[in-house]
Design a protein around this ligand. Sequence first.
Ligand SMILES: *Cc1c(COP(=O)(O)O)cnc(C)c1O
Length: 459
Amino acid sequence: MLLPVTAGINNEGRITIGGCDTGDLKSGYGTPLYIMDIATVKMQCEKYINSFAFKDFESEIIYASKAFCSLAMCQLVKQQGLSIDVSTGGELFIAIRSGFDPGKIYFHGNNKSADEINFGIDYKVGTFIVDSFEELEAVNEIAGQKECIQKIMLRITPGIKAHTHKYIQTGAIESKFGFGIQSGIALEAVKKAADLENIKLIGVHAHIGSQIFNIEVYDSLIDVMTSFMAEASKKTGASLNHLNIGGGLGIKYMPDDRPASIEDFAELVHNALLKYTKKNDIKIEKIYLEPGRSIAGNAGTTLYEAGTIKEIPQIKNYIAIDGGMSDNIRPVLYQAKYNAFIAGRASYLGEIKDGEAVGGASPAGSTSTLANFNEKKYNIVGKHCESGDVIIEDIMLPEARKGDLLLVAATGAYCYSMSSNYNGQPKSAVVAVEDGKSWVWVDRQSYEDLYMRDRKLYE
Ligand SMILES: *Cc1c(COP(=O)(O)O)cnc(C)c1O
């Protein structure tokens, strides 16, 4: 699945999502437009819940809200039976306002402020994931003032490198996150947590990175973590039997990407739990997962209108779109690759099934050349004042025209949530689609929104 599962092509040759014609979405809501397919989000949530329903271990699936956080998205994952992970007071606030049961909120962050800790405890957040000794003391002290006992997990640095972009690796020894095992600091943190009166340590957490294709690293992770849990339990008397292995499962952005399925991931985790609880002699009661990208990523697409088409003979062809790095910073930030389709003239794709173009004259993103569509190689660039504002480099598409609708796939995670007002670009709207209906999840910003909080030159 690259596009949402509901994607198709209608009789007018336009791409549809959730039964909605992208041409109608453009006329109804304008572009750039984030489109979220509810069926795909539901399907991913169900796959996680069902595949991780083990007989021998309890499990809890926690949506990592930083991937895409809005009131409606929080409500949708809640409805699907997931818990939620927040990493700042802001995300926590949105989760609370969406009606999330605070007991199902997991509060992350490597530098929570006293205000954030106060806020979390006041709102009765279920579990804090504590990242430092300073935070252990602060949570204990603030919980003490409020005469309550705060449940926590410790974020552990397992010293494992996930093979992914270095900006999204988070489990290596040199990481800014967590307490290191190898240095003995993690063990000290367990001892300290056990001594503090207003804290109840329920387990350990690790998150090793994102967009992970090689799921074997989770096998090593479970080995390292269960071995640590066994050692820490013996040496401190703490009963550590809840293990949170974070998120990170990769998704398909390009036709050749082959991410592991949620089902295979679950099987690997299950086998690893059986193997390493035995090897390391520890009982695990409950496993927690924190998927973000693999819930929201393929459910989202971004619809743009092509403006200037610029051809520099023998050098490069450009399609300039009406958005860019303000609505999708990932190509600039991580050299992330995306795939796009001409949504308004999509017959060149043949058919779209299960989110994949099949049997078309020119399979999406392929470099094959087919004369009947007069294919050309393009760079799809944004409208920002930066040469680096490129969304896609070297994509083969039928000859583009001004006014074409372009649909960029797999933008449901880390695009809206990383969007900005750079160059005074109002943030794009998010619309949800399901069963032929569409409605707004987040309104498009207006120009007024751009200076709403500005003040005048002097008081
Ligand atoms: C970002 C993050 C996740 C989610 O990662 P994905 O790659 O989007 O699944 C989960 N847990 C923590 C602590 C994170 O920081």
